[in-house]
Design a binder for this molecule. Structure first.
Ligand code: FAD
Length: 518
């Protein structure tokens, strides 16, 4: 039988996992990577960046962290070394074509009308049913020469946190063009050498826009360089539950949110009457757990003093995959005045800095750094030549990017996306998705009808809107890891229950090593 050719775009963690598991099924993957090395976002981080997720949850199921890494939260360099040793251990590097950017992908198969008449994905619910081919147009990043590859299946692993920066829009003449200082995005800062980054901010009045991890790391670095002489202002829109550690009142957070019992407290997509009733009956407990965590955070951090108590619950924070760890001694810097926290729901640029809605005096500054994240979906969608597929992936502006099992678009044949939907430990989630995909490619199971997949996507869409509020487009499965994994396990014919005994099954936290073998 002809061996199917698979193109994987991206050699970050998701692309490497996709490579490993497609190889394990005897397929021929070729991985296109625009950079010169593997590791994706971990190839270049801000100097002080550390893993947010505790190390045991962010590990390959069959490749533990080395004993030499003793920290619970390794730094960026250690993460990259771990990923590189994984790639060497499983001999993945030889499948990667470095310095090769995928410019676009075009589908050469049945016409649009034929596809629209299908009731099953690709015509028969299998990965290669429609018999089409994808044409992958790539460019050598050095010579700029282009080339086209023809493959049977495409796996997009282009990541969410790089590429297209998310910069807020401003009215004409109120954006950065009005400002006489400099404006960059956090990705430009991260791209600098550590020493160059320090010199770049030295002596400048810096404003960092954002309150997520990169914003806080950059603010810490600026305050270390400039001290109280030239404080760094952090401009934010919404307060967030940023944890000092994962032990509220001494109780590990994983016991509160990463076991089956914790998921019983939450309404789940497709849960049925009994589970729905149980989640409703247990809602006071759900509320109490969230309050318990919130009070634990407030006990350790001076949130009230600095007006930083969020209005939403911790459960919403974790359900939006927005939980991050506060850099050590962050509030010491706020107390001493080298970091200033400033709420600014609306602002615009003026000649000397930033003008905040409702404030008379502008915030004078020399440098504004947008740590406002990325537009990951744009990067994904722009890869498609076909407007039809671009529209399919965009979905509706008021819904999540429509992916069945967070991997497959029901209307786009012979293609999967890995690493778009977020979780608390993205490596763990990407690994199980790649195993699921490899089984699909190997023919272990077929997908249900397009209608059923769309209904399932709609259920998850409703869940995400309910649980994550305004952040639903992050497609976060953070509070339902096990429920989600159960579905993938069932598809693959694995027993979803991975623990020994009733109580262990109910209360023990789940993690990557629970899925090491079928
Ligand atoms: C600073 C930082 C800290 C983080 N900390 C955590 C954490 O603690 N826990 C957690 O779970 N997650 C964390 N994340 C999220 C992180 O993105 C994931 O954990 C994971 O590394 C994503 O891997 P990926 O392979 O899906 O994407 P990426 O790492 O983004 O890799 C995508 C790859 O695709 C390549 N690529 C993109 N487009 C093209 C193209 N057109 N042609 C060729 N190649 C292309 C890119 O060059 C890149 O190498 C963090 C992210 C950042 C930025």
């Amino acid at each position: 039988m002809e061996t199917k050719k698979i193109a994987i775009v991206g050699a970050g963690i998701s692309g490497l996992l996709a490579c490993k598991y497609t190889l394990s099924k005897g397929l021929h993957p070729i991985v296109f990577e625009s950079q010169t090395g593997i590791g994706g976002v971990w190839t270049k981080t801000v100097e002080t960046t550390k893993l947010q997720t505790p190390k045991p949850a962010y590990q390959f199921s069959d490749f533990p962290w080395p004993d030499s890494v003793t920290e619970d939260f390794p730094d960026g360099r250690q993460v990259l070394e771990y990923v590189e040793s994984y790639a060497h251990r499983f001999d993945l590097i030889k499948h990667v074509k470095f310095g090769t950017r995928v410019l676009s992908i075009g589908y050469d198969g049945p016409p649009g009308e034929a596809m629209r008449s299908w009731s099953l994905w690709g015509g028969d619910g299998g990965p290669f049913g429609s018999g089409g081919k994808w044409k992958i147009r790539v460019q050598d990043c050095l010579s700029l020469e282009t080339e086209t590859y023809e493959v049977d299946f495409v796996i997009l692993c282009v990541g969410r946190f790089s590429g297209v920066p998310n910069i807020p829009e401003f009215p004409p003449n109120r954006g950065q063009e009005a400002f006489h200082g400099e404006v960059i995005h956090s990705m430009d800062y991260a791209a600098m050498d550590y020493q160059a980054a320090r010199e770049f901010v030295r002596g400048k009045r810096v404003v960092v826009v954002g309150l997520q991890k990169s914003a806080l790391d950059i603010a810490m670095e600026c305050s270390a360089v400039n001290g109280v002489e030239r404080p760094c202002t952090v401009l934010y829109r919404t307060e967030h539950w940023i944890v000092p550690d994962y032990l509220p009142w001494g109780v590990p957070l994983v016991l509160l949110y990463l076991n089956r019992f914790s998921e019983l407290l939450v309404h789940k997509p497709g849960e049925g009457f009994l589970l729905s009733l149980l989640a409703t009956l247990l809602s006071p407990l759900r509320w109490a757990v969230s309050k318990f965590v919130e009070s634990g955070i407030k006990r350790k951090l001076p949130l009230e003093k600095f007006g930083m108590v969020p209005k939403h619950s911790f459960l919403q924070q974790i359900s939006s995959c927005l939980v991050s760890r506060l850099p050590e001694k962050f509030y010491d810097r706020v107390e001493e005045g080298s970091i200033i926290l400033k709420k600014a729901p609306e602002f615009e640029f003026c000649k000397n800095g930033i003008s905040i809605d409702g404030e008379v005096e502008p915030l004078n500054s020399d440098l504004v750094i947008f740590a406002t994240g990325f537009r990951g979906e744009k990067k994904l969608i722009n890869l498609f030549e076909s407007q039809l597929f671009q529209d399919c992936l965009s979905g509706s502006p008021n819904s999540i990017v429509p992916l069945y099992r967070e991997c497959i678009h029901p209307q786009i044949p012979q293609l999967a996306v890995i690493g778009f939907s977020e979780s608390i430990a993205n490596l763990y989630t990407s690994e199980i998705r790649c195993r699921w995909l490899a089984e699909l490619l190997a023919g272990t199971f077929k997908l249900p009808s397009i209608k059923k997949m769309e209904e399932n996507i709609e259920e998850w869409d409703k869940y995400m809107k309910r649980s994550s509020g305004q952040y639903y487009r992050r497609s976060c499965i953070g509070a339902l890891h096990i429920w989600y994994n159960d579905q993938l396990c069932r598809d693959m014919g694995w027993n979803p229950k991975r623990k020994k005994g009733f109580f262990a099954e109910l209360f023990e936290p789940y993690g990557p090593t629970d899925y090491v073998s079928p």
